[in-house]
Design a protein. Structure first.
Length: 278
């Protein structure tokens, strides 16, 4: 039995591989990361026996040392974990130039080709930004409530679009393209609904991630953009990212189970480690 964990800023994703079965769980992250916390995450696991390894990545995983009881701890570089897990889930041709967007609390862009993974860009804007701005502007950081509000809202009520600024499209940009995120709030004297504000927040984050990803993809002449992480679970964010990327001709691919790509990648890398016997 092999185990892996991705210690994120907001949540911790874990995987347990029993024979051919892969069990995924999610726990809220804790400020304290030590062996006691690991035992809390895996209460059913006896680390003194029957465990091949614990593969860890993300957060402060290096603080866990090299063993927990009799179980070796394999530390996996986060970029390699994201790359391995994402390519395994996406099932794309590894010879092609691929940009992987890991959209979690922040956003990281990784170039993948022939099994080599390179961190090439990113931004502090991500799912954590949605939660932080929502708590500030809406009084809630509950992801489900934010998503429900955003689905009922319309970001064009708070954003300035090209139609508002220049009365039409510019080049390949349609008239509905965002010109200024939240631009109407400074210009229009009215009460803005919580739903429209929530939609505007998610649109801001999705567009920012897409602009960075497509710029990197064009630089690397990438064939595809793959998006993993938990942030795309906000339906509106996924759509904003897709719409913004389509302007430059890209159609992002969101592989199934992408929320645990890093945890999967950590396990796959550890399983290749010569010193480990599964």
């Amino acid at each position: 039995m092999n185990i892996s964990a991705d210690f994120g800023i907001t949540v911790t994703d874990t995987l347990i591989r029993k024979n051919d079965e892969l069990i995924h769980r999610m726990d809220l992250s804790s400020e304290n990361l030590n062996h006691d916390r690991v035992r809390e995450i895996f209460p059913e696991i006896d680390f003194n026996s029957n465990t091949g390894f614990l593969a860890v990545t993300g957060g402060r995983h290096l603080e866990l040392g090299d063993n927990i009881d009799n179980t070796p701890i394999i530390h996996v570089n986060e970029i390699e974990a994201i790359g391995e897990g994402s390519m395994s889930l996406a099932k794309l041709n590894e010879d092609e130039s691929i940009i992987i967007v890991s959209a979690g609390s922040g956003t990281a862009c990784i170039h993948a080709q022939r099994g080599v993974y390179t961190h090439c860009s990113g931004t502090g804007v991500g799912g954590g930004t949605v939660l932080g701005l929502s708590k500030l502007l809406l009084g809630t950081d509950n992801p489900e409530e934010i998503a429900t509000l955003a689905e009922k809202g319309n970001e064009s009520q708070v954003d300035l679009i090209l139609e508002d600024v220049v009365s039409g499209p510019i080049g390949q940009l349609p008239s509905t393209t965002t010109a200024v995120n939240f631009g109407k709030i400074a210009k229009v004297e009215k009460e803005f609904s919580r739903e429209d504000i929530a939609s505007g927040i998610i649109n801001l984050v999705g567009q920012t991630a897409a602009r960075i990803a497509t710029s990197v993809a064009m630089t690397f002449q990438a064939n595809q953009i793959v998006v993993v992480g938990r942030a795309p679970s906000f339906n509106g964010l996924k759509k904003s990212l897709e719409d913004a990327a389509s302007i430059t001709g890209f159609t992002p691919y969101f592989p199934e189970k992408g929320e645990y790509a890093s945890a999967l990648g950590a396990m796959l890398v550890a399983e290749k480690t010569p010193l480990i016997k599964n």
